[in-house]
Ligand binder design. Structure first.
Ligand code: NAD
Ligand code: DAU
Length: 389
């Protein structure tokens, strides 16, 4: 089939009221934003099934508005594990799934260092089982497309210069990125070996509403509001390329609509920042939106006058990748995608969202969350005085 015909078929499928899209990991940060994006901001007319086993990172409260507006009609939740092959087979036999968007993963690098087993199981074996189920469905009905959501971390770590391109050789360096790299290879193998129509995206660091507060930006926002230390690993000069989550969701939507089977698209913010710049920027926005001088949590600690005074350099993440930078010219050129949010405005609206959604925050900071904070940070005692360098 020609590329043009493939794209027309996919567009028809996505605009067809009968299409069923399976989103794995839809109760997580990006998955929940993606479901909202597709149902509220695109011309998708079909139904979304959110398949998620609700790990510590999965939270149905992130989809409460979607459940109210679309629940039982165009949005269904299925509690299930991507490692459970029989459960997936049953689901595919009951529901006419034709588009699979695969987010489900263990996603936090620090957790992969403390306990890699879940990463191997979900990210590698789970992806394998989902591919098998998708391949079985595709053998019967040819209208199946599998999109795999991956990360820039598979490409390894950059020095002061250079960028990651779609053909940059893989060089993962954490159990998380190694497991994602393995899953990417499996997805491509199913295209080359069996012909399963797949697309892949490798994206840089996302930020925005509904991100679990183990990741840098929400962790720092919430710690600051509580007058807790703002933990910066190592010298704070590791660089990440930040992208607002809605821009990632729109990139995936454009890949579904226009992407070619077998292709990989890099997605990035073109917004490189050192971690200390990000943490300092958060402090500055907080000073405007919730000034430290009026915050009782800081007032209780004599001598802490500004959020920046809470910054604490702590022992580094083992194997900490120094710099990521994504080249996303291909998706811009071929699919017409571009970033819609700049970092200043995206960060401000993200922080405002956390300030306005205290109930969501309280709901996820359960006992398990506190245990994680204790586990990750107690062994990394501060190695410099607090305060911005
Ligand atoms: P997240 O940790 O917030 O959410 C993961 C979701 O997957 C949760 O809802 C969880 O319950 C679910 N899940 C985990 N194991 C599962 C299993 N075995 N079966 C079913 N569901 C399971 O992750 P995120 O930040 O939203 O990332 C989503 C995807 O995007 C991941 O594949 C990640 O590698 C990729 N990615 C993330 C970023 C980022 O900056 N967060 C950037 C690039 C790519
Ligand atoms: O690049 C894409 C990846 O971005 C995704 O694949 C991952 O799923 C996602 O978690 C994210 O990985 P990072 O490791 O880059 O994100 P994290 O928010 O954990 O850390 C961002 C940077 O901040 C990193 O250099 C480590 C540093 N950091 C992180 C934490 C949690 C700190 O300095 N202090 C902290 O407490």
């Amino acid at each position: 089939m020609s590329q043009g015909a493939q794209i027309d078929d996919m567009r028809r499928l996505l605009g067809d009221g009968h299409t069923t899209m399976l989103v794995t990991g839809g109760a997580g940060f990006i998955g929940s934003n993606f479901i909202r994006h597709v149902l509220k901001r695109t011309d998708f007319q079909g139904t979304i099934i959110n398949y998620d086993n609700l790990t510590y990172a999965g939270n149905l409260a992130s989809l409460a508005d979607i459940e109210r507006e679309f629940g039982g009609r165009r949005y269904l939740f299925e509690h299930g594990d991507i490692c459970d092959y029989q459960r997936l087979e049953d689901l595919f036999s009951k529901q006419p799934v034709s588009v699979i968007v695969h987010f489900a993963a263990e996603s936090h690098v620090d957790r992969s260092i403390h306990g890699p087993a879940d990463f191997i199981e979900t990210n590698i074996n789970g992806t394998f089982r989902l591919l098998e189920t998708s391949r079985n469905a595709w053998k019967d009905r040819k209208d199946v497309r599998f999109h795999h959501v991956s990360t820039d971390e598979v490409y390894g770590s950059l020095g002061a210069t250079g960028e990651f391109f779609e053909n940059t050789p893989y060089d993962p360096r954490s159990p998380y990125s190694a497991s994602k790299a393995a899953s990417d290879h499996l997805v491509r193998a199913y295209f080359h070996t069996y012909g399963l129509p797949v697309t892949l995206s490798n994206c840089s660091n996302n930020y925005g509403p509904y991100q679990f507060p183990e990741k840098l930006i929400p962790l720092v926002v919430l710690n600051a509001l509580e007058g807790k230390a703002l933990p910066v690993y190592g010298d704070g000069k590791n660089v990440r390329d930040w992208l607002y989550v809605d821009d990632h969701c729109e990139a995936i939507w454009q890949i579904l609509k226009q992407g070619s089977a077998g292709e990989t698209y890099n997605v990035g913010g073109e917004c490189e920042k050192q971690n200390i710049e990000v943490v300092s920027a958060i402090c500055d926005v907080l000073e405007e939106l919730a000034p430290a001088k009026d915050n009782p949590a800081l007032n209780r600690q004599g001598g802490i006058a500004r959020y920046r005074d809470l910054i604490a350099y702590i022992h580094d993440r083992p194997g900490h990748d120094r710099r990521y930078a994504i080249n996303c010219d291909k998706i811009k050129r071929e699919l017409g995608w571009k970033q819609g949010h700049d970092f200043v405005n995206g960060l401000r609206s993200t922080i405002a969202w956390y300030l306005q959604n205290a109930a969501w925050v309280d709901g996820i900071r359960s006992g398990d969350y506190q245990k994680w904070i204790e586990r990750n940070y107690s062994a990394r005692s501060s190695h410099t005085n607090r305060g911005a360098k």
